[in-house]
Design a protein around this ligand. Structure first.
Ligand code: SAH
Length: 220
């Protein structure tokens, strides 16, 4: 199966999602580079084998250990909000399958990604290496602490919901950098937030959209 039709349908679904939410996100279109990355990265290779046929469904999918891979539109929107450049260094919290990390790898110089569940971290790292995403480095640790040795970051993306912006992550965001993070309690109302840090270091936080993410769990 080549998934060509499914991939094109996914692009159409993302475009519909963008149109549907444009009043909230302020975005009429996503960056063509983001759309190109969504076309190029083989989503079907990141989901468990038994749900491969549903890889392009317009929704989140279970990936084991009670975790999910986000709906393609959410992956694309969060990536777009980071406004990465080719020289950018980005940190992801919640590697999961490695799919979001692979998308980011197309738009930044280096991606660092942290996952707290050892089996997921190991599978994702192996998958990313096998598929040739050489500019992604993962590690198994508590994302609440960030990755201080590699900081500061141009972009930080959190793909699990936290009750508030973790202070260590905020401290690791470069001046001029952007962080995208779902904020809210587990299985209740959550808001995707965009945190921007101005050139003088002052931060500004803006609500983007209501979302549903698995919880960010403290500790390993
Ligand atoms: N971005 C992933 C999907 C993320 S699902 C993808 O593209 O497939 C959310 C992930 O966050 C889960 O794998 C979960 O184990 C992880 N997670 C939750 N709390 C965490 C923490 N404190 N540190 C690191 N990872 C965490």
């Amino acid at each position: 199966m080549t998934f060509e039709r499914e991939r094109e349908q996914m692009i159409t679904d993302i475009e519909s999602g963008v149109a549907f939410t444009r009043a909230m996100t302020g975005r009429n279109h996503l960056d063509p580079r983001v759309m190109e990355a969504m076309r190029r990265v083989p989503r079907e290779d990141f989901v468990p084998a038994d749900i491969r046929a549903s890889a392009f469904r317009d929704g989140a999918l279970p990936v084991g250990h009670g975790q999910t891979i986000s709906q393609p539109y959410i992956v694309a929107l969060m990536t777009d909000l980071l406004e990465l450049t080719d020289a950018g260094i980005v940190l992801e919290i919640g590697t999961g399958t490695g799919y979001q990390a692979a998308i980011l790898s197309q738009l930044a110089r280096q991606v660092y990604s942290i996952e707290r569940i050892p089996e997921l971290a190991q599978t994702a790292q192996q998958r990313l290496s096998e598929l040739g995403y050489g500019n992604v480095e993962t590690r198994c640790s508590d994302g609440y602490l960030g990755w201080p040795e590699k900081a500061p970051f141009d972009g930080i993306i959190v793909t699990a919901a936290a009750p508030e912006v973790p202070p260590a992550l905020l401290a690791q965001l470069k001046a001029g950098g952007r962080m995208v993070i779902p904020i809210g309690l587990p299985y209740s109302h959550q808001e995707l937030m965009l945190v921007t840090r101005g050139p003088q270091g002052k931060t500004d936080t803006r609500k983007i959209l209501g979302v549903a993410f698995v919880p960010m769990v403290e500790g390993t």
